[in-house]
Design a protein around this ligand. Structure first.
Ligand SMILES: CSC[C@H]1O[C@H](OP(=O)(O)O)[C@H](O)[C@@H]1O
Ligand SMILES: Nc1ncnc2[nH]cnc12
Length: 289
């Protein structure tokens, strides 16, 4: 099968360069419009798609990012592997602003988002014990090392609803009691939806700040984040440029089952399925419906 790498760019990363035949394409989905047009092209012989999560000009808040439309749009283009890039606060002294963390776990504290393509009339339950594709995360780690970035392997991302930053009590809870490593506002439900869409997903956290817990750094503010975003996004671009050679133009089925997640997931018996929902699901779940 052909590889197609989908990059979802977070705060500070609204476009990438160097794609051959670069073209911004408009995709319509049954879940509404994606955050923006998607840039498609080829890098080192590998098909690529780039979507700015908040839209060019940073239009969508973490709550109003159209997560389902975004994942559907990438799936409809043939994306097999999603690399998410996100600005994050750090809960660890040794994960400093400017460092990257290749995530391996999430805690979802969001409360105001649509989190599934499925629902009444077609119920499905996918496994999410390991939300990150190990193979893809490994490629991101190598790409970051090759790009000369200080990178940490593994980390748990607390996804908060936002848009306000955490209170000091929340920051301490997530760090001291829950043992989280980084905090952001967008990787959930993105990772859940990618799993439902059977797309391998990995996430690169670009540290911008120490949230609010650090006794010597005071509370997080947006000017501190923006000051770090420029250098981070340059490093992210360099990381992305290394990925096609590491992943290759063709791929095998994911050995950990990321791209066969729907094999036994659908619970609703065929005769009870809602035909309208089944039609909406054809791009995401047509393989098993
Ligand atoms: C710019 S600070 C808060 C904002 O940045 C992160 O966005 P993303 O994950 O898309 O890089 C964070 O989640 C918030 O949305
Ligand atoms: N401290 C923080 N909390 C939530 N999202 C963030 N994005 C960047 N820094 C953040």
């Amino acid at each position: 099968m052909d590889t197609m790498i989908g990059v979802i760019g977070g705060s500070g990363l609204y476009e990438i360069d160097g794609l051959e035949g670069a073209d911004w394409v408009t995709i319509e989905t049954p879940w509404g419009d994606p955050s923006d047009q998607i840039m498609t092209g080829v890098l080192d012989g590998v098909k690529m798609a780039f979507l700015p999560r908040h839209g060019r000009g940073h239009v969508h808040s973490p709550t109003t990012v159209p997560y389902r439309a975004n994942i559907h749009a990438l799936k409809s283009l043939g994306v097999t592997d999603i690399v998410s890039v996100s600005a994050c606060g750090s809960f660890r002294e040794d994960m400093a602003p400017g460092d990257f963390v290749i995530l391996d776990q999430f805690i979802d504290r969001t409360v105001a988002r649509e989190k599934s393509f499925f629902g009444t009339g077609c119920v499905a339950h996918v496994s999410l014990a390991h939300p990150i594709c190990e193979r893809l995360a490994g490629a991101c780690l190598t790409a970051a090392q090759e790009a000369g970035v200080t990178v940490h392997k593994g980390g748990t991302y607390l996804c908060m609803e936002g848009p306000q930053f955490s209170t000091l009590a929340e920051s301490k809870l997530y760090r001291e009691v829950w043992g989280c490593d980084v905090i952001g506002m967008t990787n959930m439900p993105e990772a859940k939806l990618a799993r439902e869409a059977e797309i391998d997903y990995a996430s690169v956290a670009m540290i911008t700040d120490y949230d609010s817990w650090h006794p010597h750094h005071g509370e997080v503010d947006i000017s501190e984040i923006i000051a770090t975003l420029g250098a981070n996004s340059e490093n992210a671009r360099n990381l992305i440029a290394k990925l096609p050679k590491l992943l290759g133009a063709t791929r095998d089925t994911c050995p950990h089952g990321c791209d066969t997640a729907l094999d036994f997931a659908i619970m609703t018996v065929p005769e009870k399925r809602d035909p309208d929902l089944v039609a909406k699901l054809s791009t995401i779940a047509g393989r098993v419906l």
